[in-house]
Design a protein around this ligand. Structure first.
Ligand code: NAD
Length: 285
């Protein structure tokens, strides 16, 4: 496998994956079709490298080298064929992901991964020319800080592909778990359950969001409460995941009305400045 690493989507996750892959020595091409998002990406990435230098995790030369290994592309059509890895990190919608994966597969990467949080890898693989080289590569947010990588084995994924993905995870500094292809895998199914119930509790007036979060942090030793985590993930992202899990498992994953309303109002969490908390400059107020 060569060291060319393509990331599709420069959102919350794509930026993080691109940053980590460039830091691990890959030649990264980050594809973003939205002009506004593409224009913001260089500054967002520069801020990550600057912070790593400020905090003493990287020296300035290593940060500059990482930055030089990253190229932005306006579409997959601009990416030369034959990359080692392509990771798709576009929004959690089946048809969109299938379209993007079909385009990515046409580049004939050695390994094709989806960062889906909840959609079945088997469903995403429908129509792909080489489903044996495709699997889930589920990174966690923020990608540079979270060591877990869920490697999701689809019905057609070969052992060779899974082994290559586990090796890739380790090269990226991640600690992988290999899981079966059931919607929500080993993490989102539980994590979203907690998040949705916490939102129902806000709607029921059980306590203020900060107190619901504090109860889980102090009472259950969670590092961050379920509502703050929902703000960090993005309410729109969690809504999409809830809908996917509702289709797979039934109404126990039905999104609460409050979540639907907040997304419709553009209260998406950290990325929009307002969710269950108010955020300024990426910092919870
Ligand atoms: P996001 O909305 O922040 O970013 C998605 C990006 O993809 C946007 O910038 C969008 O413009 C871009 N995009 C859309 N269509 C595209 C195309 N055809 N080509 C290139 N770019 C395109 O979403 P996100 O939070 O980064 O989530 C991406 C994926 O990662 C989803 O599947 C989500 O479920 C999963 N995920 C998210 C989190 C999280 O905490 N946000 C964690 C783990 C996994």
């Amino acid at each position: 496998m060569n060291d060319r690493f393509v990331v599709v989507g420069a959102g919350t996750m794509g930026l993080g994956i691109a940053y980590v892959a460039a830091g691990a020595g890959h030649a990264v091409e980050l594809v973003e079709v939205d002009r506004g998002r593409a224009a913001e990406a260089p500054a967002a990435l520069a801020a990550l490298w600057d912070r790593a230098v400020r905090r003493g995790r990287l020296d300035a030369d290593a940060a500059a080298a990482g930055r030089d290994r990253l190229t932005l592309r306006a579409s997959l059509a601009e990416v030369p064929a034959g990359p080692g890895v392509v990771v798709e990190a576009v929004p959690e919608r089946l048809e969109l992901k299938r379209r993007v994966l079909a385009e990515a597969a046409a580049l004939r990467p050695a390994l094709l991964g989806s960062n889906t949080s909840s959609i079945s890898i088997g469903e995403l693989a429908v129509g792909l020319p080489s489903p044996e080289r495709f699997l889930g590569l589920h990174f966690f947010n923020p990608v540079w800080a979270m060591t877990l990588l869920e490697v999701v084995v689809g019905p057609a994924t070969t052992t060779e592909t899974t082994t290559a993905a586990v090796a890739l995870a380790r090269r990226l500094g991640k600690d992988p778990v290999v899981v079966r292809d059931l919607p929500g895998f080993a993490t989102s199914r539980l994590g979203v359950t907690l998040g949705l119930e916490a939102i129902r509790m806000v709607a029921d007036g059980v306590a203020a969001p900060a107190d619901i979060d504090k109860a889980m942090v102090l009472g259950y030793r969670h590092p961050v409460g379920p509502l703050e985590l929902t703000d960090l993930v993005g309410l729109d992202v969690r809504l999409d995941i809830a809908r996917t899990l509702q289709a797979a498992y039934g109404d126990r994953f039905a999104p609460p009305e409050l979540l639907v309303e907040m997304v419709a109002q553009g209260r998406l969490g950290k990325k929009s400045g307002q969710g269950f908390y108010h955020w300024e400059g990426g910092v919870k107020q």
